[in-house]
Design a protein around this ligand. Sequence first.
Ligand code: TYD
Ligand code: MG
Length: 449
Amino acid sequence: MAKQKTRFVCQSCGATAARWSGKCDACGEWNTLTEEVVRNESAGRGARAATGDARVYPITEVDARHDERLATGLGELDRVLGGGIVPGSMILLGGDPGIGKSTLMMQLGHASARILYVSGEESLRQIKLRAQRLGVQGDHFLVLAETNLDAILRAVNEQKPDLVVIDSIQTVFRPELESAPGSISQVRESTAVLLRHAKSTNIPMVVVGHVTKDGVIAGPRVLEHMVDTVLQFEGDHHHTYRIVRGLKNRFGSTNEIGIFEMQEKGLREVANPSEVFLSDRSRGISGSCVTASLEGTRALLIEVQALVTPSNYGTPQRTVSGVDGRRVSLLLAVLEKRYGMMVGQYDVFVNIAGGVRIDEPAVDLAVCAAVVSSVRDAAVDHGTALVGEVGLGGEVRAVGQVEKRVSEAEKLGFKRILIPRGGIADRKRRGIEIVEVDLLAEAMEKLLG
Ligand code: TYD
Ligand code: MG
């Protein structure tokens, strides 16, 4: 038998090489090249060209009426999607193993849409047990335990459901391909086939993918380019909160988040996240303060914590979770230079309570306040919140949508909020005192005396 032709495929970016090397030339990742059998490429492409119709339409004649979105029944998820699932679209849901992806997908069964849930990871019995636990019942929820893509598509064609869920894409394989299920060639090819099917039949699909250790969905970044929407399901295993975040969305914004709590009987939507994230806050402890962060269209109150202690070892530690570590280093430098607070010989730990992640600079002022509060061992007043970006000159800079943030703080009973000067038009008629600040030093003075 002739030796099969092989090539080396980067499992991270999908680039191919004739020879193995330790580092992928295309994306620079190490140790990602694996040997895969070469398949006759032209067969797939040719087949597609033969069946695809090349009819051209004037834009006015393209029918967009079918684009009524499918409500998932989970308000938090619908919001992240931009108001439900668009027909014919393909959604990639990524997340660590065990975070709750299968649970979330099965809870779609609470809605009345006909859903075909395809599992390659669990047996029908296991699926049934989970469904019982979640209280999902009814003949509209169809299950299939299958990994062969051809069989899956046959079932889709037979059943014509409103939505197909593939859990997970790493278990699906095309028999024509020689490489193993889960390899980038299989994952990419299977996704391409499913995508074509979704577009041609207008049946939307959700594809579940495991995330690799460095947070890239399913290894192949190529998948993210192919699908319409990429959702990330995150949270850590020590907390019960789970967050769905839009990383890419052709049909909506990407800065919305949906918040859930993992309970005995599945995921519960968290309607008032601020209350939840502040629920463990204790009074009179130094190194803690509250800021109002904007997540999509919502303001969210969160607690920022810092612990600053003399360093016992050569290099002081900077351990940060929930905010950008480099941003914290920058703020520490600003505190040294513009506020005269020397932290060079201290270990600094910064944490966002509840396991959320904040990516906007409006959290700057709160990070500085938490650090200063910890260094001085003086608690920030329990009823005070603060927002503001901090510039390199030690100035407090404007942030977006201050109005919304102030209202959220007021709603949750805060008595005072520090904001960048000029951030708000109407300072009167409120149950919350608004304090405008120009400089970091001034803010710390007003906060901690
Ligand atoms: P799962 O949905 O299987 O995760 P994934 O598909 O992302 O791998 O979730 C598994 C975890 O969720 C498991 O640790 C148990 C927990 N869980 C609950 O706490 N309550 C429930 O009702 C369910 C179904 C799961
Ligand atoms: Mg699962």
